[in-house]
Design a protein around this ligand. Sequence first.
Ligand code: AMP
Ligand code: ZN
Length: 493
Amino acid sequence: MPLYLYNTLSRKREEFIPTKPGEAGFYGCGPTVYNYAHIGNLRAYVTHDILTRVLRERGIKVNHVMNITDVGHLSGDNDSGEDKMVKSAAERGKTVLEIADFYTQSFFDDMDQMNILRPSVVCKATEHIPEMIALIRRIEENGYTYNAGGNLYFDISRFERYGDLAMLRMKELRAGARTGVDENKRNPGDFVLWFTRGKFENQALVWDSPWGRGYPGWHIECSAMSIKYLGEQFDIHAGGIDHIPIHHTNEIAQSEGATGKHPWVRYWVHNEFLVLDREKMSKSEGKFLTLQSLMERGYDPLDYRYFLIGGHYRNQLQFSWESLESARNSRKSLLSRIRSLAASVSETMPLGVPGISGGPGEADQKRQNARLLAFDEAMDDDLSTPRALAELWGLLRNNDISPPMILQGVLYMDRVLGLKLRNALTEEQEEGDPKFAAEIEELIDRRAAAKAKRDFTLADEIRDELNRRGVVIEDTKTGTVWRCSHRGTENSL
Ligand code: AMP
Ligand code: ZN
């Protein structure tokens, strides 16, 4: 079944067909690193992660690019308010770069703890100023800009398709409320491409440009960096729904205004908000929960991941401690169910390799396949993680499927869900556990014997079985070395 994604641009579910077969260019807006990521932000990155994992499982090579905003993002997305980075640095008595480094590091710590895969490219705004300037020049040459009060603005009235993504009407945009709007703007919806002057006299980071010494507006970085790493047209762009009316709308105007190519991006994927006490969780309003604050209350970051994927990314999700608690309990019973299945496998079929030691038969395999298919269908249906989770539970509770086949299926599903379920199989079976070590050593001996007989198919099957049991092996001159994949220590045979 093909993968369907809801495309904000068409307001429809559409089959995902990459421009280049077998490859997808994917840009997800990254964090503004002036503070810790809040748990709402993490919802956006888990959504990007699930999407990447599904595409990969469908055999698509994903080129995933994420920006780090370390300059130019004002507290209002429409150029109002103060520079978030400058304000945070002043409050904490640090330089902007110190603040950026600190919160970038903490962001990646959060990503790792939530088992979010690292994007293929992570790019910082401050390291791409020449690319931004070059893109702004193209926009200017194409006649979309004007200079006023020392700043360079994008004139939205010159870009015919302006607002299509958000289904905004140009008439309304022109007539929009002017209160608090920068007096230099011809239309309230116009936005800054390059600041040289304004209210930010104390701007810490400034660069030379054809429009004078200054710094970029916030939106241009995403256009410049995505085009640099993914080309002038690419497949998917993602972010939270708050970005639809301003940030992504402006990104489209800039990118298409510069290149003249339409559509710049084919699929727009937006996650709904995580809300706290029925309010939007907002980093700039200072009222938010971090991953660390959940951990301080004894929750595992993966409990939170479980909680998130229990909701569909396009539905608003209400955070409460009770629902996090129930996610934790579900994850715990998931792990204990997996452990007891694993224990039954090692007691009754120590080698449990399908097809090697009289393993499960064809009917068993068929029943497992049906479950995996239902799981895939759920994910193909606009990433329906709640249904996929239900399929995972369905597989675990199915008494007609043999334990090795269930475990194999669980590990398959977890490649997409990213709950680190493999750890349940290995965490109690350390290298130091003599029974476990003896089983592993026996498998390694059998693999060596298979290789000696040049039966490489069997040797590969045994290596896969070792991997499934959380063991990685390495053939060295002095023999095969193994270790549990969640540990750093090594055992030599
Ligand atoms: P920011 O660091 O503010 O630029 O936001 C990073 C990402 O988090 C963006 O994709 C936002 O749209 C998204 N986001 C912000 N707040 C929330 C929230 N409460 N729930 C879900 N996503 C959010
Ligand atoms: Zn962006």
